[in-house]
Design a protein around this ligand. Structure first.
Ligand SMILES: Nc1ncnc2c1ncn2[C@@H]1O[C@H](COP(=O)(O)OP(=O)(O)OP(=O)(O)O)[C@@H](O)[C@H]1O
Length: 279
């Protein structure tokens, strides 16, 4: 990422209930994707409601990460990549020609599989790193408040409040991942995408991140890719089961309320997958 030429101000914390209002609904409509002439997703539609956690599940290679990256315009960073369809953020298409790519990425943040803080940069500066990249101005007092706000929300404040000037790289893996979540939150996104955020973490750190996801879900829409069925059951409100059968592009076989997907799936392939019979 690079600094942008636009200068914007930090979206205000809404008065009253800060949680309620920035979360937005994301709607994927008939999304198809290719790498070169290899089609990897075929007309995938999914509604990801505001203030809800949506889990994307399915075997390796079925297109979950590609779909996730399409949701904040990261797919187009791959030179051979192309796509069709629409992604609507509260009704407006993030791929509209008049819409800046930086705007989509600011509104729709991403947390990756491997924690990727800037290791030599202080914890404090790590949280604020996204502001500079997005050309967001904030005064000193505002920055201090924002660092505390985001670290509290990411569930890290109590552990680092006395060492904010120490390097981010000195934290444990789980703490680094929560620091990355805090960094994503600093630009006040409306949606947070998480691509297997716990796969590099131990069980204790994993449960701590899951707790953070639960705490955040009121204020930011969360879409998470996970291979861990217990995790999908624990953290998500709804699930979408992706599958790419015998070299065909990935599709959503079934989606719906998480409890229903796990207890009474409609499609036998979903049942087989959530019960660990393949994948
Ligand atoms: N940069 C790329 N260039 C070419 N093909 C790619 C690229 N990234 C992914 N693919 C292909 O797209 C298909 C979907 O991959 P994707 O990573 O989205 O699946 P996934 O379900 O997230 O898999 P996993 O669970 O293993 O991460 C696969 O066939 C993969 O090989």
């Amino acid at each position: 990422m690079s600094a942008t030429d636009e200068t914007v101000v930090l979206p205000p914390v809404p008065a009253g209930d800060p949680a309620a209002s920035r979360s937005a609904t994301l709607d994927a409509h008939e999304v198809s994707a290719w790498f070169g002439d290899h089609k990897v997703l075929d007309r995938v539609s999914l509604n990801m409601p505001a203030q809800r956690v949506t889990a994307l599940i399915g075997p390796s290679g079925c297109g979950k990460s590609t779909f996730l990256r399409i949701l904040n315009r990261m797919h187009e960073l791959v030179p051979t990549a192309s796509l069709a369809g629409q992604v609507l953020l509260d009704g407006s298409d993030i791929y509209d020609r008049g819409r800046r790519i930086t705007h989509a990425r600011r509104e729709i943040g991403m947390v990756f599989q491997k924690p990727n803080p800037f290791p030599a940069m202080s914890i404090y500066d790590n949280v604020l790193a996204g502001l500079k990249m997005n050309g967001i101005k904030a005064g000193r007092g505002e920055r201090d408040d924002l660092v505390e706000e985001c670290l509290v929300k990411a569930g890290l404040w109590k552990e680092v409040r006395d060492r904010l000037r120490q390097p981010g790289g000195a934290l444990s893996g789980g703490q680094q991942q929560r620091l990355c979540i805090a960094r994503s939150l600093a630009v006040r996104p409306r949606v947070l995408l998480m691509d297997e955020p716990c796969s590099a973490l131990d069980p204790t750190s994993t449960r701590r991140i899951e707790q953070t996801i639960g705490e955040l879900s009121d204020e930011v829409t969360i879409v998470i890719v996970t291979h861990n069925m217990q995790q999908a059951a624990r953290v998500s409100h709804q699930c979408a089961f992706f599958l790419a059968e015998q070299g065909t592009p990935g599709v959503i076989v079934e989606h719906g309320d998480t409890d229903a997907m796990f207890t009474s799936p409609q499609d036998p392939r979903t049942s087989d997958y959530v019960n660990g019979r393949f994948g």
